[in-house]
Design a protein around this ligand. Structure first.
Ligand SMILES: NC(=O)C1=CN([C@@H]2O[C@H](COP(=O)(O)OP(=O)(O)OC[C@H]3O[C@@H](n4cnc5c(N)ncnc54)[C@H](O)[C@@H]3O)[C@@H](O)[C@H]2O)C=CC1
Ligand SMILES: O=C(O)C1=N[C@H](C(=O)O)C[C@H](O)C1
Length: 269
């Protein structure tokens, strides 16, 4: 048991944090060695098991990441951009594999993550599920095959608590579509339409976001031409798919050379 990679989970009380905890505790390939949440959260200083409504498990939730990262081989991090940038530097210092699921990172945040990846392994993806990462490959191939007679639109739906848009997944799909077309997403992205927008530009990749209820995550990539539409779709109904992907990434990253990787590397796509 002591030989198994030790995992720390940040954002332990969150929707993904709790799913990651259950996934790691159920795994025979890793052991949970720490749980972190933000200063002031009412779980700090308490046993994680009791916080989650069960028996004690001997892991105390802390707001001191450095202390627990030092005993970890991997950190699973689904928190906020600000927290993730800080964790990237600390995980690199501890030489722990940092699995980043957090979305909504700015260019500046990404530069800081890239700097940390010079010293340690970082696996970052806006979606860690097998199905979405397959959809990314399919999107690239369909975009390669169809010309700009086909308008590309990415439509996503998420629960009412989500704070960023477009979703990290929508951006991954948009990037894949742009790559397939041989263009840069930043040059063709059409985000946040409202009012008299003018007609759609040929070659644009559009994004739309729906927020409501408890939707786990739904993504459509629509290729719309005159007379026909091709629609690629992924529907997530259980956050376990993201947590299993994150744990797989943490195990895959052990012993790899420092650098920034994604789920396509982990899954061998
Ligand atoms: N890549 C993927 O496969 C997926 C990514 N996500 C992303 O993960 C992130 C979290 O999503 P949810 O769990 O739904 O959010 P949530 O709001 O339920 O959880 C966030 C957690 O982070 C904690 N936190 C905030 N600041 C912190 C700090 N400085 N230190 C430690 N903990 C801190 C909060 O207290 C909370 O427990 C979002 O960016 C979301 O888009 C979500 C699902 C899948
Ligand atoms: O916030 C979420 O919930 C999710 N976020 C990720 C994203 O931004 O794409 C992944 C998943 O869709 C759920």
């Amino acid at each position: 048991m002591a030989d198994l990679p030790g995992i720390v989970i940040t954002g332990a009380s969150g929707r993904m944090g709790q799913m990651l905890i259950r996934t790691v505790l159920a795994s025979d390939k890793a052991r949970l060695v720490g749980a972190v949440d933000r200063s002031g959260h009412d779980w700090i200083g308490k046993d994680l098991g009791t916080c989650m409504g069960g028996a004690e498990i001997g892991v105390t939730v802390t707001d001191d990441p450095l202390e627990v990262f030092a005993k970890a081989q991997a950190v699973l991090d689904f928190t906020t951009p600000e927290a993730t940038v800080g964790f990237a530097a600390l995980a690199a210092q501890a030489r722990a594999v940092h699995v980043i699921g957090t979305t909504g990172l700015t260019e500046d945040d990404l530069a800081k993550v890239a700097a940390a990846a010079r010293h340690a392994v970082i696996v970052r993806a806006g979606n860690m599920s097998l199905g979405v990462n397959l959809l990314v490959q399919l999107t690239r191939r369909v975009a390669e095959a169809l010309d700009t007679d086909f308008d590309i639109e990415v439509v996503e739906a998420h629960h009412r608590h989500k704070v960023d848009a477009p979703s990290g997944t929508a951006l991954m799909l948009g990037e894949a579509a742009a790559e397939g077309r041989g263009v840069a997403l930043r040059d063709v992205a059409d985000r946040g339409r409202d009012g008299i927008t003018g007609a759609r530009e040929r070659g644009a990749i559009g994004f739309s976001a729906i927020r409501g209820g408890d939707v786990v995550g739904e993504h459509d990539v629509i290729f719309a031409a005159d007379g026909e539409r091709v629609i690629l779709r992924h529907i997530a109904t259980d956050r376990g798919i993201f947590a299993r992907g994150a744990l797989k990434a943490a195990l895959w990253g052990q012993g790899k050379a420092p650098g920034e990787y994604d789920m396509a590397d982990v899954l061998g796509f």
